[in-house]
Design a protein around this ligand. Structure first.
Ligand SMILES: NC(=O)c1ccc[n+]([C@@H]2O[C@H](COP(=O)([O-])OP(=O)(O)OC[C@H]3O[C@@H](n4cnc5c(N)ncnc54)[C@H](O)[C@@H]3O)[C@@H](O)[C@H]2O)c1
Ligand SMILES: O=c1ccn([C@@H]2O[C@H](COP(=O)(O)OP(=O)(O)O[C@H]3O[C@H](CO)[C@@H](O)[C@H](O)[C@H]3O)[C@@H](O)[C@H]2O)c(=O)[nH]1
Length: 327
């Protein structure tokens, strides 16, 4: 069985769905701090609890034959991490140490870990490779880099095998409309633009228009959640077969400025946005674009969905479920 930690969240719930579709047995551990019980298919075992709870982890490892772990559980907002670094180091770093300690105790040695391109900081290269130096510029990115280092040390000392996936900006929803992104409050760009176009927000707020980019707004590389999860499935297959450690970027290798994302949302929805320019958000790098060449070459991973597809699938979900999972 696969333990999906954080499986009630936006990305984790899409992983649970795809793993079940592949007839894998799934146990979800989630404290529902930002996730939703309704997002987890009833075919998965659901356990509500915190990864810091070692007694609970002990019960899980003793009661279920867990062979591998996908670890999505974290706090993951750049802006919030600057204001509340303690929350980030405590939940992300301490929480993961607890999980890894219990994996060690029960000899569960296969881990797919959700890292982030925030570990690279503000790199000057056009496309970020896995070999690009890591100099995170916010506590969130630093917490993820610390975890990566801890995972490597556990691997050297205790035989843990891992694939670390450094995601770029994840967007979109299940193309069949069963799952979507439901965060309270929502901080991500695409959901907030769509909420405005659905008349739930007065404006689109753009944080900063004097960055050193062609139109002055931040550039990000967006990847559809379905493509991202396909990367996890390939990573887990690789791990179980080859038993080798890997670090991979996961992005579409294309950058879009905030203004371009707004224009694409307008195009997909046929609605016009009112934009309000605000101060820069602290901790935001100007430009993050992936090179996902390594995972494409080694695991034959290819993204199928474009930015328009991401916006279209998210729009469909928000239009059908205006109150998210609480409908
Ligand atoms: N969304 C993105 O664009 C993005 C990009 C890069 C990396 N990531 C990483 O992907 C992972 C998932 O992100 P998401 O967008 O789905 O976030 P999310 O907040 O929707 O999901 C996180 C899940 O983990 C659970 N959780 C948090 N702390 C926990 C704890 N201590 N014990 C048990 N459960 C806990 C939450 O309840 C939630 O269900 C995170 O690790 C994040 O850092 C996300
Ligand atoms: O209403 C909004 C929301 C965001 N932004 C800007 O849009 C860009 C993207 O922001 P957001 O969608 O919040 O994503 P990121 O801050 O880039 O962070 C996401 O993407 C990272 C990878 O780049 C992950 O590590 C994080 O977990 C995930 O939250 C940034 O420049 C923001 O300042 C706005 O201008 N207005």
């Amino acid at each position: 069985m696969i333990l999906v930690v954080g499986g009630a969240g936006y990305i984790g719930s899409h992983a649970v769905k795809d793993l079940l579709e592949l007839n894998q047995g799934v146990v979800v551990l989630d404290n529902l701090s930002t996730g939703h019980r309704e997002a987890i298919d009833r075919k998965a075992v659901f356990i509500k609890g915190n990864i810091k709870d070692r007694k609970l982890l002990k019960n899980i490892f003793e009661n279920y034959k867990i062979k591998s772990v996908m670890h999505f559980a974290a706090n993951c907002y750049v802006g919030e991490s600057i204001i509340s670094p303690l929350k980030y180091y405590e939940n992300n770093v301490t929480g993961t140490i607890s999980l890894l300690a219990m994996m060690k105790k029960y000899q569960v040695n296969n881990l797919v870990f959700s890292s982030t391109c925030a570990v690279y900081g503000n790199p000057k290269v056009k496309k970020i490779k896995e070999s690009t130096p890591t100099f995170p510029i916010n506590p969130y990115g630093r917490s993820k880099l610390m975890i990566e280092q801890i995972i490597r040390d556990f691997s050297r000392a205790y035989g843990l095998k891992y694939v670390i996936l450094r995601y770029f900006n994840v967007a979109g929803a299940d193309p069949l409309g069963r799952l979507g992104e439901d965060h309270q409050p929502e901080t991500h760009l695409i959901p907030n633009i769509l909420f405005h176009l659905l008349n739930r927000l007065e404006n689109v707020i753009v944080y900063g228009n004097d960055y050193n980019t062609p139109d002055g707004t931040c550039i990000r590389d967006y990847i559809h959640v379905t493509d991202l999860i396909h990367g996890h499935i390939l990573a887990l297959e690789y791990l179980l077969k080859e038993k080798k450690n890997k670090v991979y970027n996961l992005g579409n290798d294309e950058g879009y400025s905030i203004k371009e994302v707004i224009t694409t949302c307008e195009k997909v929805t046929g609605k016009k946005a009112t934009v309000f320019y605000n101060e820069k958000r602290k901790g935001d790098p100007a430009r993050l674009i992936s090179s996902s060449e390594r995972i494409s070459r080694e695991l034959k991973w290819q993204p199928k969905y474009t930015l328009e597809d991401m916006i279209e699938t998210a729009w469909k979900w928000y239009s059908n479920f205006p109150n998210g999972y609480k409908n």
